[in-house]
Design a protein around this ligand. Sequence first.
Ligand code: GLU
Length: 418
Amino acid sequence: MLKQGVNKFFDSALQQLHEASQTLELDSGIVEFLKTPKRMVIVSVPVKRDNGEFNVFMGYRVQHNNARGPYKGGIRYHPEVTLEEVTALAMLMTWKCAVVDLPYGGAKGGVACNPKEMSREELEKLTRRYTSMIAEVIGPLVDIPAPDVYTDEQTMAWIMDTYSQLKGYQIPEVVTGKPVSVGGSYGRREATSRGVAITTREIARHLNIPLNRSRIAIQGYGNVGYYAAKILHEWGARIVAVSDSKGGILDERGLNPEAVMEHKKKTGSVINYNGAKTITNEELLELECDFLIPAALENQITEKNADRIKAKVIVEGANGPTTPEADKILYERKIAVVPDILSNAGGVTVSYLEWVQNLKRERWSLEEVNQKLEEKMVKAFADVVSYGKKYETNMRNAAMILAVDRVAEAVNLLGIWP
Ligand code: GLU
């Protein structure tokens, strides 16, 4: 059913797995097993629109691997969602959870829709119907969804409520990234960005770049981009440029992330912000800066623009923003890349902390959550660096080798039944 050559991102995910497996000299049967998701669910989601018409949206939940623990991963709403994309993202979740050593496997969900053109009521109906259609394959010890592109705390509250209504009692641990008042965790909202900031700080130390004098450009001003800008700004870095789907802004003196967010809330975009120069998303990626943080969608840095990237380091906030071809060019040009499965793992790490709090019926303070996140991210960063030394390779390959090694070990220990 899944075809190679249809979706670049899916092909890249397979290629990365293939390369890591070769380095680890894995048995070809295990590689075949890891290439294929354990379960792919496709559903059609009918929604009665506000104008009385019906529309049908395609929804997916792909469960890639659960050798290390229950499936885990977000749900995205985006017009370009396809089965191949969701499968690649599900695979990435398996590797990501393994890199930060969480007792989870990997999954991803998505609905092909344009949430920007839907009302709150329509989104609620879509979410509840989609949840009811995947209810038999998710569950607190089976598969735990979370937010991703264009889904948020409210979406998670609807998922929790729908699932709980179907089962007859409150089950907050079926989903993470919920609002704090219905079982969410302190610190989850900004967790992905805090993880991005921590890995930026760690790579800065590693490469002797003073973070508090560094210049940072961020592509994407959603949940990940905004909080990454805010935290890094608080840590003394200068945010010189940010962008969203409508375009970008540049101010060499440094932007105030909160003021930019207020402007975006008022006008719908970061562009035309007070005194800043308007630039395109392409220009943002090619700016001269210390750290470039792509925090939007996949396939942004490709063989077409990798030659022109002038950042010293790329820290991936999004999933899959750099293609393998671009990776090779960047490696030759000595531009360091902190890979997504390490740098944006802060989100799923605090998802895990939220889930543990739910299962134990506890509530931890923000300080406690942030401390645990800090420990996990710093440990994962050090693990990837040591794999990089051992296998004499860049951070992307090192993170993949580490992840595939951990997952393959679990698969081998469990064995293939019967
Ligand atoms: N969607 C986020 C990711 O790609 C978070 C997943 C989660 O918390 O389960 O890592």
